[in-house]
Design a protein around this ligand. Structure first.
Ligand SMILES: NC(=O)c1ccc[n+]([C@@H]2O[C@H](COP(=O)([O-])OP(=O)(O)OC[C@H]3O[C@@H](n4cnc5c(N)ncnc54)[C@H](OP(=O)(O)O)[C@@H]3O)[C@@H](O)[C@H]2O)c1
Length: 349
């Protein structure tokens, strides 16, 4: 991500748009915010932007003006989202914003809309972990070229501000490893098996019924979601161009009841652990990344994660061991991180 403190460099072809922006969003003028998506996360973001408009105006010294919300289906009722804000023309909406908030998910049209926003000089906030893991390096380069921010705290562990800790708070330290339970859906399943003795297949079925799994549960069960998050953390920690191909990945779908019996017999529990660690020197770090089911002793801090909770442990040379724990999903929880990014992005607008 482009750091908030970086000095903007004016890219060729963006000067006209940026000049427009500076006249519209000068001192005291509203910062125009466009939200792309009004699902679980987008609707929560929109509600909070409206409820907290006075608070944000006081914090920023200028108001945040919600100029529109892009969706596919204009007819659907959306709790707390004013119909007059909705549009199915996301491109035009992007063109009217100083800060574009992408919470639609998927690769396209999310990527094209983000590129369009950047080329017009708008700051970008996204919660889209797959897009950032697959194409974040190119998008970061474009953000740099256009002199705008690309903020993505919500993409990794939702409400838990782990990207800021790894990238900014520990920027002067030397991180040696990061490991965590970063996927709440699989943790819910594994916890159900370990603590309630539910069979593995039954636990997967219950997780689906309770809405913990996507219609296509592959992303969670095969560790793809966890892989995207650990790639983003590794990039932030060591500044290396780590990709999804670098991840040694094994999900939980191949586990059997006898794996759980064996782990339990040894006083342990199985968790899906995402980890990244540095090999090589601090000056020339080589980064290893993995996602795999691991049998952990019950007293291990990662084994303490209950239900859909997330936990991450960071080891750094001077800071020692840091542990962050909290909600890794949910509309309001994810909105907390998105809103933080919006406020940060608005300071640059
Ligand atoms: N849910 C979480 O707990 C969570 C946590 C962390 C990160 N995230 C990330 O946040 C993003 C959004 O997740 P979500 O759970 O809010 O998804 P969601 O509930 O499926 O909502 C997606 C929204 O985007 C809109 N949309 C999708 N494609 C569109 C298009 N082509 N044009 C216009 N609008 C479009 C949808 O419109 P319609 O409503 O009209 O279909 C919907 O309002 C994803 O990248 C996800 O990975 C989610």
């Amino acid at each position: 991500m482009t750091k908030a403190t970086e000095v903007s460099t004016q890219a060729e072809g963006t000067s006209t748009q940026s000049a427009d922006r500076s006249t519209q969003a000068g001192a005291g003028a509203p910062v125009r915010v466009a939200v792309l998506g009004a699902g679980t996360v987008g609707a929560a973001v929109v509600r909070r932007l409206q409820e907290r408009s006075d608070l944000y105006a006081a914090r920023l010294g200028r108001p945040l003006e919600l100029v529109g919300v892009a969706v596919r289906d204009l007819e659907r009722e959306r709790d707390g989202v004013d119909r007059s804000l909705l549009t199915d023309d996301a491109e035009s909406l992007v063109d009217r914003a100083d800060v574009v908030v992408e919470v639609m998910g998927g690769i396209e049209p999310a990527r094209s809309l983000i590129e369009r926003a950047m080329r017009r000089g708008a700051q970008v906030v996204t919660a889209n972990k797959q897009l950032l893991a697959q194409q974040g390096l190119e998008l970061e380069a474009l953000a740099e070229e256009c002199g705008v921010a690309l903020e993505g705290e919500a993409a990794v562990m939702a409400a838990i501000p782990v990207m800021a800790v790894v990238r900014d708070s520990l920027a002067g330290d030397v991180i040696s490893s990061i490991s965590g339970i970063v996927n709440g859906s699989t943790n819910f399943i594994l916890d159900l098996v370990a603590r309630e003795g539910v069979g593995f297949e039954e636990a997967v079925r219950r997780a689906g019924e309770l809405g913990y799994l996507e219609a296509d549960p592959t992303e969670d069960l095969e560790g793809l979601d966890a892989a995207a998050k650990i790639v983003l953390l590794a990039r932030a920690a060591w500044g290396q161009p780590v990709t999804l191909d670098d991840v040694r990945r094994r999900g939980i779908s191949g586990l059997t009841d006898s794996d759980f019996h064996d782990a339990s017999g040894m006083g342990g529990v199985i968790k899906l652990v995402a980890s990244a660690w540095r090999s090589g020197s601090p000056e020339r770090p080589r980064v290893e990344v993995a996602v795999r089911p691991v049998a952990l002793p019950r007293e291990d801090p990662l084994a303490q994660a209950r239900g859909g909770a997330n936990v991450v442990i960071i080891e750094a040379e001077s800071a020692g061991t840091l542990r962050l724990h909290g909600a890794g999903a949910g509309g309001d929880e994810t909105a907390s991180a998105v809103l933080g990014d919006i406020v940060r992005a608005a300071r640059r607008a």
